[in-house]
Ligand binder design. Structure first.
Ligand SMILES: [Zn+2]
Length: 311
């Protein structure tokens, strides 16, 4: 019932479908070409797809003709290192999984060199205007035009690149308001962005619309896409299996049930910590209070979505 309530909200207003098709590019780069001389760690997932780590998060590259399709562009200042890892091949297509600067910092550099940038419409809108960063009490400037996505979608879409069918779609409100996945169905590689977090504490950017309910729904959607052979690439950390994704989803489901009940009973984040909520899960968090604070903020922002009793 709660899940249905969440899902209704997530799909509300998502009625248009923008599909970018028509790209048919030949393959070219080998896994050796990705790795040779690259200053950033590179993990090959087959012959045509590689994960470039340390940018500071993961960037995924698909060989597409004599160029590259990239998922996320790394932090500002990492573009040269990423380009080096690509052996200087030009990025002709770029996807952003969400608006955060560690995923979009290279947008302007790659956009200026000719990349077509794809993102969820809400992520495009976020990047196109100045926005307040609540955790740092500062404003971040809009990206220059060259760095802003120009190909957007609300629900999902598909294109062909490098002999791969590239599917993409929304994971709304899981981490921000405009998260999305990119699924290389032929290679069976699913890029999940910051919607899954096997290494770092799961982050809920409540100021930008992310919340624990959206995160559970999004992981359910990812589980539907994946099978036992799927390689799942998070924004940070090692490549995951579907079993590992299921475990993280189940942990988050438990936390969802406990924190919604406690919020309904008027408890604060500190109360949740004191009541031992974080001791009930089989994972150590670096900053459990910070996580619960963000959970509580997100729950209050979505309180009517899960049938809360407080008017
Ligand atoms: Zn993020």
């Amino acid at each position: 019932m709660k899940s249905m309530n969440r899902r209704r909200i997530l799909t509300a207003g998502v009625s248009t479908l923008t599909t970018c098709a028509g790209m048919s590019l030949l393959t070219g780069i080998t896994r050796q070409a990705f790795a040779a001389g690259a200053p950033l760690p590179v993990t090959a997932l087959g012959d045509r797809i590689a994960v470039i780590s340390g940018a500071p998060g993961n960037v995924v590259a698909l060989t597409a003709g004599d160029g590259v399709l990239l998922v996320d562009s790394g932090a500002a200042g990492m573009s040269d290192a990423i380009t080096a890892a690509l052996q200087g091949r030009r990025v002709n297509t770029l996807f952003n999984t969400h608006y955060h600067t560690d995923q979009t910092g290279g947008n302007t550099a790659f956009g200026r060199s000719g990349a077509t940038i794809h993102a969820h419409e809400i992520t495009r809108a976020w990047l196109a205007t100045d926005y307040y960063v609540s955790t740092e009490d500062r404003w971040e400037s809009a990206l220059p035009k060259a760095g802003q996505p120009t190909e957007t979608f609300r629900l999902k879409g598909e294109l062909k690149a490098g002999g791969e069918t590239v599917e993409y779609g929304y994971l709304l409100e899981a981490h921000t308001r405009g998260d999305s996945y990119v699924f290389f169905r032929d290679a069976n590689v699913l890029v999940a962005g910051d919607v899954v977090s096997p290494q770092r504490d799961p982050a809920l950017d409540w100021y930008a619309g992310g919340w624990i309910g959206g995160r559970v729904d999004a992981m359910d959607d990812l589980l539907e896409l994946a099978n036992d052979q799927t390689r799942i690439v998070p924004a940070y950390g090692p490549v995951m299996t579907r079993t590992q994704l299921q475990a993280e989803r189940d942990m988050m489901q438990h936390l969802w049930e406990r924190t919604t009940a406690l919020t309904d009973a008027g408890r604060s984040a500190q109360d949740m910590l004191d009541e031992g909520v974080m001791n009930e899960i089989d994972r150590r968090f670096d900053d459990p209070y910070r996580f619960l604070y963000d959970v509580a903020k997100g729950l209050w922002a979505h309180y009517t979505n899960f049938g809360g009793n407080i008017v």
